[in-house]
Ligand binder design. Structure first.
Ligand SMILES: Nc1ncnc2c1ncn2[C@@H]1O[C@H](COP(=O)(O)OP(=O)(O)OP(=O)(O)O)[C@@H](O)[C@H]1O
Ligand SMILES: [Mg+2]
Length: 224
């Protein structure tokens, strides 16, 4: 039986994914600061909007106004699809952890197809105890899976380390992993990405270069 796939909207990446992300997969996008995680989220949701899908952006890091503004600079005017997208910000120091899952009901009520959550790393600010941090991350991924949406969740990779995320529970809990890398070679920085896992998929795991231009992220052979 064929798996239904969701195109990421990132030129060059869907080819590595054999067409896209399997529907209802929860996919981690990891990378250091500035790697392109937030841009990836916006581009993924923009593609959904173009296809008439209901989208939701849950941002723990930037206020919704900033997300909109940055997206607009790429030519993705979320306001044009105001009836199809919700951009929800949350300050982790605002309220208790029971509030962490406030978006769960929204996902169902609005019949959301695509979700972006940026980023899970901020969850570590809710707790001091590493066990509680891991539990919160596990629970939030579980909530997203149960909602049956196709989701991108991001996590910050520790600088200068080969670790993808600070808390391995993220890697184990998700259905797919796309790693964004930024490497200094001489005086220049090079961006590359790799699909490291994708459940229910045959994937190409080669590391390909990518760039971020005024039009967003382009990867692999789509770079000219
Ligand atoms: N309008 C634009 N045109 C071209 N490049 C851009 C534009 N906006 C952002 N970029 C590039 O994308 C990079 C940042 O991407 P992004 O904010 O998605 O990274 P991030 O991984 O989310 O970072 P952080 O961990 O700090 O949140 C910028 O450093 C810049 O190089
Ligand atoms: Mg970001």
């Amino acid at each position: 039986m064929e798996v239904e796939r969701v195109e990421t909207g990132i030129p060059g990446l869907d080819e590595l994914l054999n067409g896209g992300i399997p529907e209802r997969n929860v996919v981690l996008v990891s990378g250091e600061s500035g790697a392109g995680k937030t841009t990836f989220c916006s581009q993924f949701l923009w593609k959904g909007l173009e296809e008439g899908q209901n989208c939701m952006f849950v941002s723990f890091e930037e206020p919704p106004s900033q997300i909109r503004e940055e997206a607009r600079l790429f030519g993705w005017d979320f306001d044009k699809h105001y009836d199809k997208i919700t951009i929800d910000g949350k300050d982790p120091f605002d309220e208790g952890d029971e509030e962490l899952f406030w978006f769960r009901d929204e996902l169902e009520k609005r019949n959301v197809n695509r979700l972006a959550l940026d980023s899970t790393s901020i969850l570590s600010l809710y707790h001091r105890d590493p066990y509680e941090i891991r539990k919160a991350i596990y629970q939030i991924i579980k909530v997203i899976k149960e909602a049956g949406v196709t989701a991108i969740i991001t996590a910050e990779s520790p600088e200068g380390s080969s670790q993808l995320t600070r808390h391995n529970v993220v890697q184990y809990s998700v259905d797919g992993i796309i790693a964004l890398y930024f490497e200094d070679v001489g005086e220049k920085g090079y961006r590359s990405l790799q699909v490291r896992k994708m459940r229910r998929s045959e994937i190409s795991t080669e590391t390909v270069p990518f760039e971020i231009t005024g039009e967003g992220i382009k990867a692999g052979e789509s770079i000219v």
